[in-house]
Design a protein around this ligand. Structure first.
Ligand code: PHE
Length: 360
């Protein structure tokens, strides 16, 4: 019976081997080596039991069967052991290290022109103005006629104004056709001044409004000219409003926008809807008036157009010019961006190149 080794010796050998196994694959190899259906060591021994005498079968049978059961237990225990080790490892690798620096989140922000409009509005809010709005598609009445723009004014020319196709066809000479407030929109507003008209039409004085918005001009685009750009209109109408109010308000605005030391100067100008009219310059806050490249050596930077509301405009809106007076101004948003940030090609504000926009 020497071909039947002692079951305990076999058990010890198998146990040692199983305990040393470090992976599920190696464990499967060990299982096949002992219990594999064809070549397993114990399987072969069990097969040989069939050829033994009854007494020998009785002796070895139970011993080898319990050895087999024991091996199966050991394999199952080791499998469970390896699986739980694997789970623990996975959990350890998965742990969240809250001390690691986080991946930065890229935030969007407002477009620089929107930022400027917001800051202009908030400056004027602090001075008691409210924000008003009007349509971008206008008609002759609001864009020109109610603003005292004469019928033959060059600004009404199709070279300067975008007319809607139907209107342009119909109005080969647009100024010869009488225009009315209730006329269909037939052009894209060339300035924000029509909002003045709409506000005066709707609300009685006192009025103190600003209206930022998009405007359109039939221009060939280059670094300093755009066909679509932005303005902010301002209008104040009440009893006793004088040019001093205009100067005081716009002077304060320039200081709040640029620097507290900024000075303003007014030069005569002309707009059909204001009388008198002026251009307002601000002293260059970079060189403080000494002259530098930003102000082209003059010490002054041209900022906006303004004036006292023309009495004809007031009476057209049924506001008595004997009782009420007002001032108005219009400021270019891109112009402020140009001055404030030194961006000398305005087209950059419309190209949406994030490398440019991220700088604001
Ligand atoms: N509407 C004028 C322009 O577009 C600006 C302006 C507004 C001037 C109000 C005076 C008063 O140039």
């Amino acid at each position: 019976m020497s071909q039947f080794p002692d079951p305990n010796t076999l058990l010890q050998e198998a146990q040692k081997q199983i305990e040393q196994v470090r992976s599920l694959d190696a464990l499967e190899e060990a299982r096949i080596a002992w219990l594999g259906r064809k070549e397993g060591r114990l399987t072969l021994l069990l097969k040989q039991l069939g050829g033994l005498s009854i007494e020998e079968k009785k002796l070895y049978g139970p011993q080898y069967n319990s050895l087999k059961a024991r091996l199966e237990e050991l394999l199952a225990a080791q499998e469970e052991n390896l699986r739980s080790q694997e789970r623990r490892r996975a959990l350890e690798n998965d742990t969240l290290d809250i001390t690691l620096p986080g991946a930065p989140v890229a935030y969007g922000h407002l477009h620089p022109l929107s930022q400027i409009m917001d800051s202009l509005v908030s400056i004027f809010r602090s001075l008691g103005f409210v924000c008003a709005d009007g349509p971008e598609m206008e008609n002759d009445f609001y864009n020109f006629e109610a603003l005292n723009v004469p019928a033959d004014h060059p600004a009404r020319d199709m070279q300067d104004t975008f007319y809607m196709e139907s209107a342009a066809k119909q109005l080969s000479l647009p100024h010869l056709t009488a225009s009315h407030a209730d006329q269909e929109p037939n052009l894209l507003r060339t300035h924000t001044s029509p909002v003045q008209v709409r506000v005066m039409q709707k609300y009685p004085p006192p009025i103190a409004i600003v209206c930022p918005g998009r405007v359109y001009r039939h221009e060939a685009q280059d670094a300093t000219h755009l066909a679509v750009f932005h303005q902010m209109e301002g209008l104040m109408v009440d009893e006793g409003i004088s040019f001093a109010d205009l100067k005081g308000t716009l002077g304060r605005f320039a200081q709040l926008l640029f620097a507290p030391t900024v000075k303003t100067r007014f030069r005569p100008s002309f707009f059909p809807f204001t009388e008198p009219s002026a251009q307002m310059d601000v002293s260059c806050w970079i060189c403080e008036g000494a002259g530098c490249p930003a102000c082209k050596g003059s010490g002054w930077i041209e900022l906006l157009g303004a004036g006292m509301v023309n009495p004809k405009v007031l009476s057209g809106m049924n506001i008595d010019p004997e009782k009420y007076s007002g001032f108005a101004f219009g400021v270019g948003i891109e112009r402020i961006a140009f001055i404030k940030y030194g961006v000398h090609d305005l087209r950059l504000f419309y190209e949406n190149d994030t490398r440019f926009l991220e700088q604001f």
